[in-house]
Design a binder for this molecule. Structure first.
Ligand SMILES: [Zn+2]
Length: 286
């Protein structure tokens, strides 16, 4: 089975449309979306909900029609208060799966998702966790906040609050287990440390040590990551091998193109593409 993988589309409808087109043209059985699915414009309480209801709902109907599965989840920039709305829209379609902390089988292949991220300096903490018990917090850009229906709620002491939450290490241990690691595909928004898929614009490497250790120990067929859009351009690589596992991080360009990866899960042949977007027009394949 072939899959098309893209991540960090941040509510760009043209990228979503292009991804469906290229998946169709490539004969992909499934599109995997690695998170941070919603727009970052204006008031996120309103605009992100509108993106789910006004765009994703109709877009998912096209997957249903095409007979292509869409496996995805919201990411750290998508407000936690929109989870229920996203779940409701996904559940309308047989081909659409909210993969957050879930396992979904396609034939013998087992897809397992996790959208918690190791903490960062940014304020929105809805999906943030300490990486491991010994995690040292980075300098924060302001007080941590959580989304609520009434707006953002400020946390008086984010490190103390985070200390009471499970760590990334514990969240990984709590995920559904695959029957056969050799057929397992983990979709983990946060990239692992130490393999060059986590390089920020300033050269900092921010990947998760807990995720690295989990992959080393579990040895799945494939892991799919995102989160650090600039890493492939800055770090010079979009995939890495860890023993029997291929780790893939296609990044996402800010410009007028869609970054995505085609992967054949049987042969493990894979290729990364930068696809020019057609804004405003019809972007369907001929
Ligand atoms: Zn992210």
């Amino acid at each position: 089975m072939k899959i098309a993988y893209a991540t960090d589309l941040h509510g760009d409808a043209a990228k979503y449309r292009r991804l469906l087109d290229v998946a169709r043209a490539a004969g992909a059985g499934a599109v995997v979306n690695g998170g941070d699915m919603l727009t970052l414009e204006d008031d996120l309480h309103r605009t992100q909900r509108e993106f789910i209801v006004d765009f994703l709902d109709r877009h998912f109907a096209e997957y249903e029609k095409a007979g292509i599965r869409h496996l995805g989840y919201l990411g750290n920039d998508d407000l936690g208060i929109h989870d229920a709305c996203f779940e409701k829209v996904c559940s309308k379609y047989r081909h659409v799966v909210n993969l957050a902390q879930r396992k979904y089988d396609i034939g013998l292949f087992e897809f397992i998702g996790m959208n918690w991220v190791a903490d960062y300096p940014f304020q929105l903490k809805d999906r943030c966790r300490k990486d491991r018990a010994d995690y040292v917090f980075q300098r924060q850009l302001g007080p941590g906040v959580l989304s609520t229906e009434k707006g953002f709620e400020e946390l008086p002491d984010w490190p103390a609050y985070a200390a009471a939450l499970p760590t990334i290490e514990q969240e990984l241990a709590a995920l559904p287990k695959p029957k056969d690691a050799a057929k397992a595909v983990y979709v983990i928004h946060m990239p692992p440390a130490r393999v060059g898929l986590d390089v920020c614009q300033n050269g900092d490497k921010v990947g998760s040590a807990a995720i690295y250790e989990f992959i080393e120990k579990t040895q799945p067929l494939l892991t799919l990551h995102g989160h650090i859009h600039e890493s492939p351009a800055r770090g010079g690589r979009w995939n890495a091998q860890m023993g029997k596992t291929w780790c893939v991080q296609p990044g996402q360009s800010r410009g007028e193109s869609l970054s995505w990866v085609a992967i054949d899960l049987e042969s493990m042949k894979m290729e990364r593409f930068e696809e020019a977007l057609i804004r405003g027009g019809i972007s369907r394949a001929p």
